[in-house]
Design a protein around this ligand. Structure first.
Ligand SMILES: O=C(O)CCC(=O)C(=O)O
Ligand SMILES: [Fe+2]
Length: 355
């Protein structure tokens, strides 16, 4: 969540809306290698696959909040352009998700259509890992700010990955080597927008329930509407819990790929966006996500070492490349063959027989 400027501009999150208190982890303590904080991080990644990252006390954290604020300004500028200009940069699903997606292109859990506009910026285009696509003018004019946001977001995720290596008992650098900044991947920055509603329909699903497919996501939001389905709960309206955006924090969630790599020890949780609560529904809702995907040359193979469970009899390793696996998963979701659900967070089984 960006610095307080954007929070001050919008109506408050209603005090009487029930929220789910997610674990909070200090970026400063994680960077310093504090063991207790690393354990809290690990617990949060196993139980929830979601936590709030407190960026306030660290200098790098504060810089990242300022970078996020610039991305918020960029989002505002981009969506104030004419619809016809935005449409010139339309994304090309399922092959290429980079570019602009109008609202109403994705099915939500209740069979209706989504209400979220999004513009995906590909990390490789910004970092020079491949010949770049042409972006809408607002983004072209602010490339250096986007690059800075990517570099600082990636650095924050790297600290988290290093601490997870330690907790999982993996050799240092294992997780970071799978999602480096200088290799081609599907990593992206998403600028998201939902229109305001003059007569709010509070049960409208803006973006359907999903897990993120990649390694991890850093999310900056100001207005409510994001909900999580706690593990083990049925996908019914009353089981979803709101997360309250807090100034000075980023929300971090793990994706399906890291769940596969860790043999299900870590969790990716189902989340969605619905109409913002109370008066917040009457103003536009912006959000900003940095979605880390593994390098395209990686595979989905389970990692070996530390507390990662060994394959047991009857279990097969997932040997597909990350790109093949992602394409297969998207096809399954589109065909309705795979219901989006919380994955991983399995208990550690001490005695195992390798195959
Ligand atoms: O807008 C939000 O709060 C969440 C967006 C999200 O879940 C995503 O982009 O994957
Ligand atoms: Fe998501």
């Amino acid at each position: 969540m960006p610095t307080p400027k954007y929070f001050q501009e919008c109506p408050p999150f209603p005090a009487d809306t029930p929220v789910h208190d997610l674990p909070t982890v200090s970026f400063l303590a994680l960077k310093a290698g504090d063991t207790k904080e690393s354990e809290r991080l690990y617990e949060a990644c196993r139980a929830w696959g979601f936590f709030l990252l407190d960026l306030r006390e660290s200098e790098d954290g504060k810089t990242l909040l300022q970078d996020a604020e610039k991305m918020y300004d960029l989002t505002r500028e981009t969506y104030s352009l004419d619809q016809s200009i935005l449409d010139e940069y339309a994304y090309n699903p399922p092959y290429d998700l980079t570019g602009y997606k109008q609202k109403g292109k994705l099915k939500t859990d209740d069979g209706k259509m989504d209400c979220m506009e999004l513009y995906s910026i590909n990390q490789d285009d910004m970092m020079g890992n491949r010949p770049t696509r042409k972006y809408i003018d607002t983004i072209e004019h602010n490339r250096s700010d986007v690059v800075q946001f990517i570099q600082h977001s990636h650095a924050a995720i790297s600290v988290i990955m290093s601490r997870l290596d330690e907790q999982l008992g993996l050799p240092p650098g294992t997780l970071n080597a799978l999602s480096p900044l200088d290799q081609v991947s599907e990593t992206s920055v998403r600028l998201l927008l939902t229109e305001s509603q003059s007569t709010p329909q509070y049960d409208t699903i803006t973006l359907g329930g999903h897990t993120d497919i990649g390694t991890a996501t850093l999310l900056f939001h100001v207005i409510g509407g994001l909900q999580i389905l706690p593990a083990g709960k049925e996908n019914k309206m009353e089981n979803w819990s709101y997360v309250k955006p807090e100034p000075g924090f980023a929300l971090v969630n793990l994706g399906d790929t890291i769940v596969e790599w860790t043999g299900g020890l870590l969790r990716s949780s189902l989340h969605r966006v619905i109409t913002a609560p109370g008066e917040q529904a009457t103003v536009p809702r912006q959000s900003l996500a940095y979605l880390v995907r593994p390098r395209n040359s990686a595979t989905m193979n389970r990692l070996k070492g530390g507390v990662i469970p060994l394959l047991v009899e009857g279990e097969e390793d997932e040997t597909r490349s990350v790109t093949e696996w992602a394409a297969w998963r998207s096809k399954q979701v589109i065909a309705g063959e795979l219901k989006a659900q919380t994955r991983g967070g399995y208990p550690i089984v001490p005695a195992q027989t390798a195959v």
